[in-house]
Design a protein around this ligand. Structure first.
Ligand code: SF4
Length: 392
């Protein structure tokens, strides 16, 4: 069985105003003990997992955060070493092509953290994919949201990554940042196309209580440029214009928030959308073995302390019921623009979904073509409403 591995590094240099993740700004002295704890957790999990699941091998590894590129390259390499020691996986050799048949190993990196020396060390360690947290090419938007990098840093980082030999770069943008306009958004998309990353993710700004910006906006306040957040209609317009421009430039739209050049889809993220198994290590990391889901404690200090004391950092272990699994098949599967095999799902879950699908198809929100069910491509911006109706 092939597994994905997710490594969570919950540290950042500053807290972005829109961030609703469990990440913290901590002393650098805590990075090394954290990496050591992740290594220990990998060893402990491999020992127990091997007994439960035969033939575990790993074909994708994703270091996310937080800002994993803050950890010293040697610490990142030690985590990959520990994975190699405990699981079977084909670690890319230095300078091999990204397309070759070995594991996809991704590191999320913020532009300002990238130096030539670090990039070379990442490549030597086995990373073959960098996910660059660009977010915007407008310095006004970057500054307003508390990002540390500026437009020039994104170009400098992309140049260094290309020069040292990375052939698989993903880039993130956010639609809906304060001060964003139709012009600044289109300018960001044009700059993405100049860099021509193999992969691109576009996320819509989330306004919720989990971030300082979200809280301020919900309270009607002005801090963090909360009054400069574009309207929902503008955000939908930005997204739609990106769909058109990216398609024209040859970037395939394969998931609601993701585009890729031919053959460069995110193999790791496909595992989530296709309900394949993955193991998560680190504070707050989630795992799924095909039957059970579990997650680790979010607090990084508590996580390290659990590992050091030899107690399990796991909490919230649940067996996925058949009803939950069906919801996941629909919710996750329909995020992919190719849609889902409705016939298989109805057969596997002994359900008939026609009565739920028919009204949504009549409204033009869902399309049923043979046995494939998918979201209507011109209605992706209202996907959440479709999911609510379908799963309700
Ligand atoms: S870099 Fe990412 S994880 Fe860190 S604070 Fe900013 S948005 Fe949150």
């Amino acid at each position: 069985m092939k597994f994905g591995v997710y490594i969570q590094v919950p540290f950042c240099q500053t807290k972005c105003t829109y961030c609703n993740f469990h990440t913290g700004v901590v002393s650098q002295d805590r990075y090394e003990p954290y990496a050591a704890a992740v290594c220990s957790e990998i060893g402990q999990t491999a020992a127990s997992t091997a007994a439960e699941i035969r033939d575990v091998s790993v074909d994708t590894v994703y270091f996310g955060g937080g800002t994993p590129s803050l950890l010293a390259p040697v610490a990142l390499e030690s985590i990959l070493d520990r994975l190699s020691d405990n699981f079977s996986f084909e670690r890319p050799k230095y300078q091999k092509s990204a397309q070759e048949e070995n594991a996809e190993i991704t590191l999320e990196a913020d532009p300002e953290t990238i130096t030539r020396g670090k990039a070379e060390a990442w490549l030597r360690a086995g990373f073959n994919r960098i996910s660059l947290g660009a977010q915007s090419f407008s310095d006004t938007e970057l500054q307003a949201t508390g990002r540390m990098h500026r437009r020039a840093d994104i170009f400098a980082a992309a140049t260094v990554l290309r020069e040292v030999g990375f052939r698989n770069i993903s880039l993130d943008l956010i639609a809906g940042l304060p001060h964003q306009t139709r012009e600044s958004w289109e300018e960001s998309i044009e700059q993405v196309l100049r860099i021509r990353p193999e992969h691109l993710s576009i996320y819509m700004l989330e306004i919720d209580e989990g971030s300082r910006l979200g809280k301020e906006s919900l309270a009607g306040g002005k801090r963090y440029s909360a009054t400069e957040i574009p309207t929902d209609d503008s955000m939908a317009e930005f997204y739609d214009s990106a769909c058109v421009r990216l398609a024209a430039a040859g970037h395939e739209h394969y998931e609601i928030s993701n585009w890729a050049l031919a053959g460069m889809r995110s193999r790791h993220n496909l595992k989530y959308w296709q309900r394949q198994p993955y193991l998560g290590f680190g504070a707050g990391a989630h795992s799924f073995d095909g039957v059970k889901r579990w997650s680790n404690v979010h607090d990084s200090a508590q996580y390290v302390s659990c590992i050091q004391q030899g107690t399990s950092p796991r909490e919230q272990i649940e067996t996925v019921t058949s009803a939950q699994a069906l919801e996941e098949e629909l919710f996750l599967g329909l995020r992919q623009l190719e849609g889902i095999d409705l016939e298989r799902i109805e057969r596997d879950y002994h359900v008939n979904l026609q009565t739920r699908i028919a009204p949504l198809a009549q409204q033009g929100l869902l399309e049923l073509n043979g046995k494939r069910l998918r979201l209507a491509t011109d209605r992706l911006t209202v996907s959440n409403e479709v999911f609510v109706e379908l799963l309700g």
